[in-house]
Design a protein around this ligand. Structure first.
Ligand code: NAI
Length: 467
């Protein structure tokens, strides 16, 4: 096998595999090292893809159970076959990970299986079992992603106390599931199991869920999830989780009263964040600097403190999102090929794939206040959107934030049906520096959910038509 490359990418997740494919497309001799046994990283194997599969399947089940009969679709013997549902999810994962392998072949990326260690600024040693092989490269890209964090002293066994990985493969529906942490993972996986029949309680340290999200959207989101049956205990810091006979007991302190309380359940999902995964990379020895949170430090060209070694995705600062990693992967490939690779960090959308979805891009109202920027707000509820109304999915609204003087769109925050897809229009508008008026004057097809965006843009100047 070839041992000398222009680029070696360590990690075959969305950041790494996209970087490898783009590098090869640009004529660079490229290899990608991956230890998992399948390509696609956390996202395809145990993250975005399997969770979206289960979110879709569980939503179908919920609709069949709760909504269909009112709509004249009567099912007399509805049953949940969790084993089959899990197989369907696994099949989706398999198809997609194999798809990446095919793309590697098509683009002539060398796929090296094993765990990579940076042995020198131009060398990566790959271990596969006992076998060690060293490969040489002009450039190295670190794309090793992140791993779940836990609480001090808490061991995740992936059976009773699970991270997102275990929560994606439970063999039966837990009677009571406690979710520690009301962020992206907790709310997506909490929704899945709640729809399938678990009594779900979210224990959250802060006084609100989804930290960093526009607060009005976050409050509405919590209200909607509560209506769907998810219970919230906010302002509570979890101290310990213990297995006591057949029950799991969670001890927590109420931040307001400082009183200790406890609650028991049969499964716990620990979703208190993720941290960069750089174990065994040998960073210190080769002189690569990391910050206090363990994130590899990079300059605006995504170069680490060692000139020819780059880092992208969850191992560096910024939101831990697959599409952010992909953009960085492309930027690095282009920089290495002598082009002007660049990522616009002001326009990275974020989506929570619950039902309804939550989607956001740009600045939140809280951020604009903090920056002392003058802004106008336009809002439009899905209750007044005809398509949402006929589909019986009227929860949520669109919120457009625009500069008071220039009318430039500064942020768009949506909670509502299909907004995970609709946010792309807003990201594009922001990339083009659109004003709220530009969006308001763009003809949107009727009847579609996207008309709610147009109406919210019209509402920025108080001229919405349907509300
Ligand atoms: P997160 O950072 O989104 O939320 C963690 C939550 O746990 C916070 O609200 C925090 O206040 C709370 N918390 C921390 N310590 C606690 C304690 N002792 N007691 C109670 N609450 C506590 O982290 P999460 O949900 O684990 O997600 C990790 C990463 O994965 C995120 O960065 C997210 O961007 C990414 N992700 C993205 C998805 C998407 O794009 N749809 C889906 C899933 C994950």
């Amino acid at each position: 096998m070839e041992k000398n490359f222009d680029v070696i990418v360590i990690g075959g997740g969305p950041g790494g595999y996209v970087c490898a494919i783009r590098s090869a497309q640009l004529g660079l001799k490229t290899a990608c090292i991956e230890s998992r046994g399948t390509l696609g990283g956390t996202c395809l194997n145990v993250g975005c893809i399997p969770s979206k599969s289960l979110l879709n399947l569980s939503d179908n089940y919920r609709k069949a159970k709760k909504d269909f009969s009112e709509q004249g679709i009567e099912i007399s013997d509805l049953k949940l076959n969790i084993k089959k549902m899990m197989l369907s999810k696994d099949k989706s994962v398999q198809i997609l990970t194999k798809g990446v392998e095919f793309l590697f072949k098509k683009n002539k990326v060398t796929y090296i299986k094993g765990k990579g260690e940076i042995s020198s600024p131009n060398g990566v040693t790959v271990s596969e079992g006992e076998k060690k092989t060293t490969y040489n490269s002009k450039n190295i890209v670190i794309a090793t992603g992140s791993q779940s964090t836990s609480l001090p002293g808490l061991k995740i066994d992936e059976k009773n106390i699970v991270s997102s990985t275990g929560a994606l493969s439970l063999k039966e529906v837990p009677k009571e599931l406690i979710v520690i942490g009301g962020g992206y993972i907790g709310l997506e996986m909490g929704s899945v199991w709640s729809r399938l029949g678990s009594k779900v309680t979210v224990l959250e340290y802060l006084d609100h869920i989804t930290p960093g999200m526009d607060r009005e959207i976050s409050n509405e989101f919590q209200k909607i999830l509560k209506k769907q049956g998810i219970n919230f205990k906010l302002n509570n810091k979890v101290n310990s989780v213990k297995i006591d006979k057949n029950k799991i007991v969670i001890d927590y302190t109420n931040n307001k009263t400082s009183e200790n309380e406890n609650v028991s359940c049969d499964k716990v999902l620990v979703s208190v964040g993720r941290k960069p995964y750089t174990d065994g990379l040998n960073l210190k020895k080769v002189g690569i600097k990391s910050d206090i949170k363990g994130r590899i430090e990079v300059n605006n060209k995504l170069q680490t403190s060692v000139e020819n070694i780059y880092a992208i995705g969850d191992v560096i600062k910024g939101p831990m999102l697959a599409h952010k990693a992909e953009e960085e992967g492309i930027a690095v490939a282009e920089i290495l090929a002598g082009q002007a690779g660049h990522v616009n960090y002001d326009v990275i959308p974020g989506v929570i794939y619950t039902s309804p979805e939550v989607a956001t891009v740009g600045k939140t109202e809280e951020q604009l206040k903090k920056l002392n920027l003058n802004y106008k707000v336009g809002k439009f509820p899905f209750l007044a959107n005809s398509r949402a109304k006929v589909n019986n999915e009227t929860d949520g609204f669109v919120k457009v934030l625009a500069d008071s003087k220039t009318d430039k769109v500064l942020g768009v925050h949506i909670i509502g049906p299909h907004c995970g897809d609709m946010i792309a229009e807003m990201a594009l508008a922001m990339e083009f520096g659109a004003s709220a008026e530009d969006i308001a004057r763009t003809c949107h097809a009727h009847p579609t959910h996207t008309e709610a965006i147009k109406e919210a843009a019209l509402a920025v100047d108080k001229r919405s038509i349907h509300f």
